[in-house]
Every structure is written in structure tokens, then in C-alpha cells.
Write a protein that binds this ligand. Structure first.
Ligand SMILES: *[C@@H]1O[C@H](CO)[C@@H](O)[C@H](O)[C@H]1NC(C)=O
Ligand SMILES: *[C@@H]1O[C@H](CO)[C@@H](O)[C@H](O)[C@H]1NC(C)=O
Ligand SMILES: *[C@@H]1O[C@H](CO)[C@@H](O)[C@H](O)[C@H]1NC(C)=O
Ligand SMILES: *[C@@H]1O[C@H](CO)[C@@H](O)[C@H](O)[C@H]1NC(C)=O
Ligand SMILES: *[C@@H]1O[C@H](CO)[C@@H](O)[C@H](O)[C@H]1NC(C)=O
Ligand SMILES: *[C@@H]1O[C@H](CO)[C@@H](O)[C@H](O)[C@H]1NC(C)=O
Length: 304
């Protein structure tokens, strides 16, 4: 049995107060003969401190019963704490349902003026006519904060892969659909539907932290039919999203640096670091070693 492992390599780092965003993906199990199905939802919860926490609740539909485990993933010199949650839900049928995370507050002094957090996942488990299996969500992950000097052009290629072969579309959240509260996008970023965030050099008055609240959707390459446990069917065309996931984090626009060349002020990845978005295959239960190396000749940076 092989599982794929996706690598996210983005130049990044952090600091500051409370919520640092979240991301969620899901993995369905084979349905039971009585129609009930188990789904494993994996999420990241990012806060300033590991003492802070929040839990996902049922927003709409029958979310079934749940069991949750939280593991600490990474803590970087007390700047933030990222934890991974593994939530197993048993639902009575493959009917779609929504999970929500909501509370307050994001970190302080957010330039695009977001204080409350809200994130929404649409879990779609109906049987797909192309795979004969429950729909699987896109796969993605993110660090709590990304950084960029205000005078440097940077493209952030976000991780967006779909195990069913669907197109993955990235868009900003929509406030009236409760995808964030509110969803005001950062003025300093341009988002392409293929999940690249582009930052262009900007004025030093734009420096500071921005909250980025994205939604990822899987869209079939051609028409498919979703079949409910009770036999009812729904057509999804190549314009229709199937599931949706939140991808929320902080972008820090730092002070100017004298040079934008990678390897001087901005770190540069060195061989044998695998490429961003690389897919590595490994047998289940076998430890995988991933060598990562980077340099920045001038380790000092100008910070606001
Ligand atoms: C369906 O079967 C599973 C596995 O046998 C069981 O755990 C679950 O409680 C059953 N659900 C219902 C609604 O009967
Ligand atoms: C999906 O439907 C196909 C065809 O009806 C069936 O063979 C398959 O077992 C179903 N899969 C699941 C996961 O329900
Ligand atoms: C946001 O959602 C509302 C309600 O579903 C919809 O009418 C509106 O067009 C959406 N806005 C955007 C920008 O897609
Ligand atoms: C099957 O269940 C769905 C969701 O609960 C419902 O909307 C639909 O009317 C049901 N269809 C049939 C044929 O019972
Ligand atoms: C950084 O310094 C090393 C050693 O002096 C040099 O080989 C390398 O080319 C430098 N990197 C850049 C991007 O200037
Ligand atoms: C992986 O290891 C765990 C713990 O040793 C075991 O319970 C599980 O069955 C193993 N999974 C596979 C697919 O070998």
C-alpha cells in the first residue's frame, strides 16, 4: 500500500497575538452495509500559544457522532503553536454536512481589519459515478504565517492537490455564506483560481499583518453523478464545486530589504530539497526522511 505525501515549501516565519488560522481536509472510509459511513477529518489549529484552542461544531446537516484527538505539530520559539486535530465522525448516510469553527480574535493590528474568525467545511461523501467511491476532498496545508518584504515581488504557490483528479479552485471566502467573518481580502495580494497568491512591491504604509481567508473547492473535469445512500442522484458539471475547505493564515508584510534576490535576505532552498508541491511515495508505516536545506547570506532583516 502506498500513500502520497505532499510537500509544502514556502519561505516563511512569524510572530504576535492569538489566532493564526486553520485548514481542514477529509478522508472517507468505506461505507458500512447499513449505509452509515466514517470520515476522518484532519485539521490544523494555529494560535499564538498552545494554551489557546477551539473546536469545530456542526453547522448544517447531520454531522453524526465524533471523536477528536489533538497533536502538537510545531512550535517555533514561542511565536506560534500549530496543532493537528484528527476528528473521526460516523454519519448515518453519505448526505452532505457542514462543520464550522468560529470565535475571536485573530492576532492584533491586522491591516485588513479582521478580528473574528470563522471557517466552514462542506463534507461531501456521496458516491461518485467516476470513482465508485465517496468523494475525497482536495489536499492542502499551510503554515500559520508567511512573510514577505514590502519591496519584493513574491508568488506563493499554495498546495492544492485532489486525489480524485478534480480541478482545485481557490477563491476568497464569501461573508454571506459564513465562510469567514468578514472575508475582506488583503489589498496587497492577487489570487489566481489555480491557487497562486501574488504579492507585488508596495508602499511601506502597507506593511503589517494581513489575514488571508481562502476557500478550496474540488470541481470535476467532466460531468459526474453523485448518488445518495437512499438512491437519489445529483449531476455535477465541470462548473460545480463538490466539497469546500477553508485555508486561513496570516501574511506578514515586513519592512524593505536592500535586495530581493533569493539567498541574500530572502532564503533560498538548496539541493537536495525537494520542489514545492513535490509528491513523494512511501509505504504505509515507514519513516520517510526529507532533506531540507536553505540559505540567506544576510540573516538580518528590517522589520517594522
Ligand atoms: C451501521 O453499522 C455500523 C458498523 O456495523 C455500526 O457501527 C453503526 O452503529 C450502524 N449504524 C446504524 C444507523 O445502524
Ligand atoms: C458506489 O456505487 C457503485 C455502483 O452502484 C457501487 O458498486 C459501489 O460499491 C458504491 N461505493 C460506495 C463507496 O458506496
Ligand atoms: C456570495 O454568496 C452570496 C449568497 O450565496 C451570492 O449571492 C454572492 O454572489 C456571492 N458573492 C460572490 C462574490 O461570489
Ligand atoms: C434522499 O435524501 C436526501 C437528503 O436527505 C433527500 O433530499 C432526498 O429527498 C432523499 N431522496 C429520496 C428518494 O428519498
Ligand atoms: C552566499 O554566500 C556564499 C558563500 O560566500 C556564496 O557561495 C553564494 O553564492 C552566496 N549566495 C548568494 C545568493 O549570493
Ligand atoms: C501501522 O502501524 C500501526 C501501529 O503499529 C498499526 O496499528 C497499523 O495496523 C499499521 N498499518 C498498516 C497499514 O500497516
Amino acid at each position: 500500500m502506498l500513500c502520497s505525501l505532499l510537500l509544502l515549501l514556502l519561505v516563511c516565519s512569524t510572530q504576535a497575538t492569538h489566532f493564526y488560522g486553520t485548514v481542514m481536509t477529509y478522508y472517507p472510509k468505506t461505507p458500512h452495509t447499513n449505509g452509515s459511513i466514517e470520515v476522518v477529518l484532519r485539521y490544523k489549529l494555529n494560535f499564538l500559544s498552545c494554551d489557546d484552542s477551539d473546536s469545530w461544531t456542526c453547522f448544517l446537516g447531520d454531522c453524526g457522532t465524533q471523536s477528536v484527538e489533538l497533536h502538537k505539530v510545531e512550535e517555533s520559539s514561542g511565536e506560534w503553536c500549530q496543532r493537528e486535530g484528527v476528528m473521526t465522525r460516523q454519519v448515518p448516510s453519505n448526505a452532505p454536512f457542514y462543520l464550522e469553527l468560529s470565535g475571536g480574535n485573530w492576532i492584533n493590528d491586522v491591516v485588513n481589519d479582521i478580528s473574528s474568525w470563522e471557517a466552514l467545511t462542506l463534507v461531501e461523501l456521496r458516491n461518485r459515478s467516476d470513482t465508485n467511491e465517496a468523494n475525497r476532498s482536495p489536499q492542502t496545508t499551510i503554515l500559520p504565517a508567511l512573510r514577505v518584504p514590502s519591496n519584493c515581488q513574491r508568488d506563493f504557490n499554495l498546495l492544492a492537490f485532489d486525489p480524485d483528479g478534480d480541478k482545485v479552485k481557490c477563491r476568497y471566502g464569501n461573508t454571506s455564506q459564513s465562510e469567514c467573518n468578514p472575508c475582506t481580502p488583503p489589498s496587497v495580494l492577487k489570487l489566481s483560481p489555480s491557487c497562486t497568491l501574488s504579492f507585488s512591491p508596495t508602499d511601506s504604509s502597507d506593511e503589517g499583518p494581513y489575514v488571508v481567508q481562502l476557500v478550496l473547492e474540488d470541481i470535476p473535469q467532466q460531468n459526474i453523478i453523485l448518488t445518495h445512500t437512499n438512491g437519489s442522484k445529483e449531476l455535477k458539471t465541470s462548473n460545480d464545486p463538490i466539497s469546500k475547505l477553508p485555508l486561513q493564515f496570516v501574511l506578514r508584510v515586513d519592512g524593505m530589504v536592500p535586495f530581493c534576490t533569493e539567498g541574500l535576505y530572502l532564503p533560498k532552498f538548496l539541493p537536495p530539497t525537494p520542489a514545492n508541491r513535490a509528491r513523494l511515495n512511501t509505504p504505509v508505516n515507514q519513516t520517510i526522511h526529507i532533506p531540507i536545506s536553505a540559505e540567506a547570506n544576510t540573516s538580518k532583516y528590517v522589520k517594522k
